[in-house]
Design a protein around this ligand. Structure first.
Ligand code: 2P0
Length: 325
């Protein structure tokens, strides 16, 4: 009763930012992402009769506390689905998602855990069922079941049965690249979970954000099909700015941006003025991700590395969905 799965993290081009139901992790809007090959988690789940509780090892260190509770609660879902409620597991994860790169390891982490756990316990889930299960560990993780571009359909039902990701285009469709710009100072003060909750509950800008989503989604999906980089980049950048604008309207107000974040944003806009198509997006932290085309890689990397306050630049291509090892 043992299985190993590998899942890559993903970067949202249309952001998930708010829940309509917390326990089941049901979002207030559809979101759309690109799975990245550079950052991933490999997880082995081994259900064993002799265990009396789950054990979670991350990069060879035993994990306790809140992170352990999230994993064991997620394994309860898998146990519940299989009917084998008295079986515990050894879980061993290896993260190739440098926390410093500003990617949430929860996306690749819960996708790999869901895939390995479901297989190990003998559930035979299709991608849609696996995405729906994964969503309950961490929302953005449900998009990492697929490679390339994926859309998380928010669904309308109260039980979450219609809330899961669907594939939009495989990674082979289009070679677009992402540079993760790592800032020297990366302390995150408000977690994404707490930040989105505060925004939904208190920001008067939140309804404007929600109203703007359908147009952004239609436009970006057309841009992906047409491989229109400027269209996709412009919509992704504007969508990110709208998401971050909602945090300024929250009570108490907050922002994830640092001074260097703004410097990187301006540099990306300047690159465009100089004829290099590059666009930024930012998640719930100060680091910036820059979208660009393969032919501009050297110029983009070099420009980003030379910004004061930038400590590293990590390049990635589009990645694949879940694989079993
Ligand atoms: C996203 N983020 O779409 C957005 C953009 C951050 C900004 O998904 O509470 O870790 O586990 O569902 O998925 C981060 O939130 O939150 C996130 P939970 P998650 O990628």
């Amino acid at each position: 009763m043992k299985a190993t799965a590998k899942a890559h993290t993903n970067i949202a081009l249309i952001k998930y930012w708010g829940k309509r139901e917390e326990a089941l992790i049901l979002p207030t809007n559809n979101s759309l992402s690109l799975t990245l090959d550079g950052f991933y988690t490999t997880t082995t789940v081994d259900f064993r009769d002799e265990l009396s509780q789950d054990v979670f090892m991350l990069d060879d260190q035993e994990v306790t506390g809140e992170a352990y509770q999230r994993v064991t609660k997620f394994l309860d879902l898998i146990r519940g689905l299989s009917g084998k409620t008295d079986l515990y597991a050894n879980v061993h994860s290896i993260n190739e998602v440098p926390t410093a790169a500003g990617f949430a390891s929860s996306a690749s982490g819960f996708a790999a855990l869901a895939a390995a756990g479901a297989k190990a316990i003998g559930l035979n889930l299709n991608d849609q069922e696996l995405s729906r299960l994964t969503r309950q560990g961490s929302g953005s993780a449900c998009r990492s079941i697929y490679g390339g571009f994926a859309e998380w359909e928010m669904g309308v039902r109260l039980d979450g049965s219609d809330s899961y990701a669907v594939p939009i285009a495989p990674k082979e469709h289009w070679d677009i690249r992402v540079a993760a710009v790592v800032l020297s100072s990366t302390m995150k003060k408000v977690s994404s979970r707490a930040g989105m909750k505060r925004t939904v509950e208190t920001s008067p800008f939140y309804t404007g954000w929600i109203d703007s989503i359908p147009n952004d989604l239609n436009g970006i999906k057309a841009g992906i099909q047409e491989k229109d980089f400027e269209k996709v980049g412009a919509i992704a950048e504007a969508n990110c700015l709208k998401m971050h604008a909602t945090t300024l309207g929250a009570n108490p107000p907050f922002t994830y941006w640092h001074d260097t974040t703004l410097r990187v944003m301006h540099t990306v806009q300047k690159m465009r003025e100089n004829g290099i198509p590059a666009y930024f997006t930012i998640d719930a932290g100060p680091n910036v991700k820059v979208l660009y085309l393969p032919e501009d890689e050297a110029k983009v990397e070099n420009t980003l590395r030379n910004i004061a306050g930038v400590s590293d630049v990590r390049l990635s291509r589009a990645g694949s969905g879940i694989t079993y090892l």
